[in-house]
Ligand binder design. Sequence first.
Ligand SMILES: [Zn+2]
Length: 492
Amino acid sequence: MTKRILLASLYHETHTFVDEITGLADFDINRGDAILARRGDGSTIDGFLEVAEREGWEVVPVSDYSALPSGTADQAVFEKFWNELDAGLRAALADGGLDGVWLGLHGAMVTTGSVDPEGELLRRIRAVPGAESLPIYGVFDLHATFTPLMAEHATGLVGYRENPHTDARESAVRSADLLARTLREGVIPRMHVRNAALIWPPTGTGTADSPMRDLEALARQIEAEHSDIWAVNIIAGYSFSDVPFAGVAFSLITAGSEDEATAALTDLEQLATSLRELGLPEEWDLDAALADAKGKPGPVVIVEPADNIGGGAPGDCTSVLRGFLRHGVTNAAVAIADAESVRALDDARPGDIVRLSIGGKGSRLDPGPVELDVTFISRSDGEFTLEDRNSHLAAMQGVHISMGPSAVVEAQGIKILLNSRKTPPFDLGQFRSQGIIPEDLSLIGVKAAVAHRRAYDKIARASYTVTTPGPCTSALKTLPYRRLRQPVFPVS
Ligand SMILES: [Zn+2]
């Protein structure tokens, strides 16, 4: 008998400390066969579809909603997604039945109506008649908020193990393999979660370094030593989320005893607590970093976590550009999301000097737009293909990326790439496709925390992570948390 699996995906990392509401228009949406057409695009859905093909499953594709990290999502988006999923689920159960559900999730979504939409989604699926005991598997991001409600209703959610997230698709494959195991062996495991009393900023969650490196190693050891435990997830958490279960967590999928699970989760929690201070790496003062970098062989990368686009920041903060101008650096480049400035260049010809008001519009924390005379160099539609198919951008958006209408301008030896859509700096094709060769630059401003490393570490001769004002600051104690459960200790 051919197994039938329902497929849906809901992907948003929600920054609750920025003012914007993320609405339906901000989401890329695929339905039905358009989801099956994602086969081959490098995404998590592609990973699931690979296993489905191999296992000979009939896939029932319903809805696939994803948006870049940004402000609180409108509850109406969640309800629309749920209505589609609910209808698809009921129709499939009534007509031929289902053997399982597979979900692509981020796991750190927050809506105007819910602090735990993924938990609520799983609860609602379980409440549909006929779905009470269906295997529900799926994949989620290492920066998720993993809640008790998720553990209660999911059969097996598998998290990414790498940050930068080079293994998103591979993690989807791993989760679908576990679904295949359930169908083959007839064993339905369950999940357990432990929420640690810790929150780390994104800069502290790279898996090449402690504490994440040690925690991942312990997770692999637990998996190796306990055959009943199918997978252990180290969840770094998402610090820019003011919800009760924000922060570091551990979850596992097990067919074994609760005591065994509890002991494993306790070991992980104790290790995390003992390493807690390592979750906050030191940052440079911007001026000190630029003074130190001066004269060093390039490219030198100036990393600005406070405007971390992959973490939900607007990508238009101006502190690093101001620093470049203040220090008189040349042969430098920075990308700034600013649709207004791109439009202001509509009539410009190469070589024209234009007065622009650049960036500084997306966050109250930024000093504001930089007024600058720039030389117009080029414009484009902003489309490019990833140079690195394992870039985390592929997991989200596939390998074809749109930055929206874009322009390159130059001021005082600094090239500024203006994008209409903010674009996380996870791939060198972003600059190269616009005629800026990253390897030839002396200084590059990068709006990220950790995820840029996959692209930039291989060309950087030096790298400075700097403190600037912005919504993704590493100084968590400056953020107005109100909803955290107690006790939770933001490390900063
Ligand atoms: Zn992430």
